[in-house]
Design a protein around this ligand. Sequence first.
Ligand code: ATR
Length: 279
Amino acid sequence: MNDTGSFAQYVVIGNPIAHSKSPEIQTRFAADTAQDLRYGRLLAPLNGFAAAVQQFIAQGGKGANVTVPFKLQAYALASSLTARAKAAGAVNTLKFDGADILGDNTDGIGLVTDIARNAGYDLAGKKILLLGAGGAARGAMLPLLQSAPLQLVIANRTPAKADELIQKFQPCAQGCALTACAFADLQQPFDLVINATSASLQADVPPIAPQVFGAATLAYDMMYGRQPTPFMQFAAAQGAQVRDGLGMLVEQAAESFFVWRGVRPRTDAVFAALRAQLS
Ligand code: ATR
C-alpha cells in the first residue's frame, strides 16, 4: 500500500481477510466501468482497526469496505453516517473525503436488490419472515421496510432481541405490520423467509416448523457456499424456491462502488463468475 500512484486506492479491511472476494469483485467492476482504481486487502490487527484506517488515508486511500470483526468500530470511527448506516448500527463502507470519513452500510440494500431485481421478486404487499436478530438482521430491516411489505415477522432464538429490533424499527414500519415471536410460535406460511442467523456457519438450521414454507415461498439464506445451506435444503424439501446470499454479496459490493465512484457497475457477469468458481 506504499505505492500511491495516480489511481484511486481502495481496500477491504478485516481480520482475517485472505478469503475475501471483494478485491476480485471490485476489480471486475472497475474494468467494466473503465474506472482507474486499485483495490486490495488490508489485514488490520484486532486492536488496531482505527490506526490501520488512518494510515491508509495518509497513504492516499479513497475508501474501504469493512468486514468481520470491525463493522461496529467502523461505525464509531466515521465522522458522518448515512441514514442506512445509522439504522443498521454498523458500517461496511467507508469513503474518505478530506478530513471526512463517511460511514455507510450497503448490506441491506444489497439483499433487497438481489431479491427484487435478480430474483425478480416484488416485496411490496408480501408476508416476510426474518430469522435472526443480530447484526445481519438489523442491517436488513430498513431496506426491507422501505420495500413496503404487508407484514414483517422477526423470529429469534433469543426472543428478547427480536423484541428490541421491533421497538427500534416501529417508527419506520409505515403500513407494515411489524411483530416479533419465538421460533416455536411460527405455524403459518410466508411469501419470503430470510435466514439472517449465523446457524448455517455451524451447519445448523433454526428450529422452525415446515409449515412456514409453501410452494410459492422464496427461502433466502444470507450465507452461501458450494452446496445449498442446511436451511435451503430444509426449505426445498418443503417445496419452497431457494436462493443463497451470493447475489447479496455482489450487490452490496456494487452499491459500495456506486458510493465511491458515482457509477453503477453491471453485476450479472461478476455473479456468474463467482458462481462458476463455487461449482
Ligand atoms: P451476525 O452479524 O451474523 O448477525 P450476530 O450479531 O452474532 O451475527 O447474530 C447471530 C444471529 O444468529 C443471532 O440472531 C443468533 O441468535 P441469538 O440472538 O439467540 O444468539 C442467531 N443464531 C446463531 N446460531 C444459531 C443457531 N444455531 N440457531 C438459531 N439461531 C442462531
